[in-house]
Design a protein around this ligand. Structure first.
Ligand code: ZN
Length: 411
């Protein structure tokens, strides 16, 4: 990756206070790519003279820059305007239960540095976030970018987030983070960075929308199957968070009224019965019962442990017990998704998260169960697919969430 040239523009925070028209100009260019002044005049239905003045200011402050000529409609070829990629830099951080994904991007959202490491999210937030700061600092240093030039950080966390405040509320996987002021933690190290915190499935939905199969899809669901199960909702092109920010918490929908007690206190939750740990536990059961030679051997090699990925490998190798576990899991998830389809009528469901890597049997069982159980009209054009972006979905979404929130619109 070539080293980015650092322009002389100062990332004074005032740059990010824009008025409504300036905000619309930014949104239009982000949606359509470079545009001429004439394009913008027509798109925004604004007078040419006023628009020229506004665009002039935006070029001066460094938000926009001119990037060559567009096609002529007769006469001189118009100059095209684009978002200045070097206005500042953005970090995307996708925190999972067992791993963290990092990315750095320019102001156009183009990723130029990527890093992943394993983690334990049950750590104290201060220790955890200190490490996050260190990693981001190193990534910036590698490209000789001063910390002051980081203008936004998008952060996804595996728990319910009160979006405006950026704090976790009663997070089952990371109880010590309850109410922790994540946003202000970053200020001493990255004084100019606006920090945006959201639930991990919301950022994955955003990633799929910006760079994956969700591009141009107005209504879709992003279902993450990992240590837990959650769902990001894109409604009319926007993330739907619900009244309190916890929309999409499908992991605690009941699939068995007589089932085991989940960590949320209720019985028979989808997450407790169908997420990664449940798949692994069933694998261990089958191995111990002598029903899966493959998994028994894998358990021996791994000090008595198994993961959902092991069950996936066993299934791919033709292990009957492993395939049955995956099909039972898929039917359970598909049953819940059918309910969501009846209720919400999305155009597509994209499935991501660690467990989505265990193979296509899971996807095909989920798809079959969803299509069989949901109503005919709602499934006529429904797509059920794995996410296109894999491990990048979260960081891409975190970057876009940060970019979309970096401008403060004032009138
Ligand atoms: Zn539960």
């Amino acid at each position: 990756m070539p080293k980015l040239e650092i322009s002389s523009i100062q990332t004074d925070n005032d740059v990010f206070v824009v008025n409504a028209v300036e905000s619309l100009i930014v949104q239009s260019i982000r949606a359509k790519g470079p545009l001429s002044r004439t394009d913008l005049t027509q798109l925004l239905n604004y007078s040419r003279a006023s628009l020229t003045t506004i665009v002039g200011t935006m070029v001066e402050t460094g938000i926009l820059h001119e990037v060559g000529e567009g096609r002529s409609a007769g006469g001189r070829r118009p100059l095209l305007l684009d978002i200045n990629p070097q206005l500042g830099y953005v970090a995307g951080v996708d925190i999972g239960a067992t791993s963290v994904d990092y990315a750095l991007a320019d102001f156009q959202g183009k990723i130029f540095e990527r890093y992943s490491e394993s983690c334990d999210v049950r750590m104290e937030p201060e220790l955890f976030l200190n490490n996050v700061c260190d990693v981001v600092s190193k990534m910036l240093a590698k490209h000789e970018i001063a910390p002051e030039r980081l203008v936004a950080i998008g952060l996804g966390v595996p728990g319910p987030v009160e979006f405006a405040a950026g704090v976790l509320i009663a997070p089952p996987l990371m109880p010590s983070w309850e109410g922790y002021p994540i946003k202000s933690f970053f200020r001493p190290k990255f004084p100019n960075a606006k920090v945006v915190v959201d639930n991990d499935v919301n950022i994955m939905a955003k990633g799929e929308q910006k760079a994956g199969n969700g591009q141009g899809v107005e209504n879709f669901l992003f279902v993450k199957i990992g240590t837990g199960i959650g769902c990001g909702i894109i409604s009319n092109g926007r993330i739907y968070r619900g009244n309190d920010g916890c929309a999409g918490d499908i992991g605690h929908i009941c699939v068995d009224y007589n089932g085991p007690i989940c960590h949320c206190g209720n019985q028979g939750c989808l997450e407790y019965l169908a997420a990664g740990p449940a798949i692994a536990a069933q694998g261990i059961e089958k191995a111990q019962a002598g029903q899966s030679p493959f998994l028994a051997q894998r358990m021996q090699e791994n000090d008595g442990e198994l993961t959902a990925a092991d069950v996936g490998e066993a299934a791919a190798a033709g292990d009957r017990a492993a395939n049955e576990i995956i099909r039972t899991t898929g039917r359970m998830i598909g049953g819940v998704l059918a309910g969501l389809v009846n209720f919400y009528n999305p155009k597509a469901i994209f499935i991501g998260g660690g467990v989505s890597k265990i193979g296509y049997t899971l996807l095909s069982t989920i798809r079959q169960a969803t299509l069989r159980r949901a109503t005919a009209l709602s499934t006529r054009r429904l797509q059920v697919e794995y996410s296109q972006l894999g491990d990048d979905t979260g960081v891409v979404g975190a970057i876009w969430l940060a970019l979309e929130n970096v401008f403060i619109v004032q009138n």
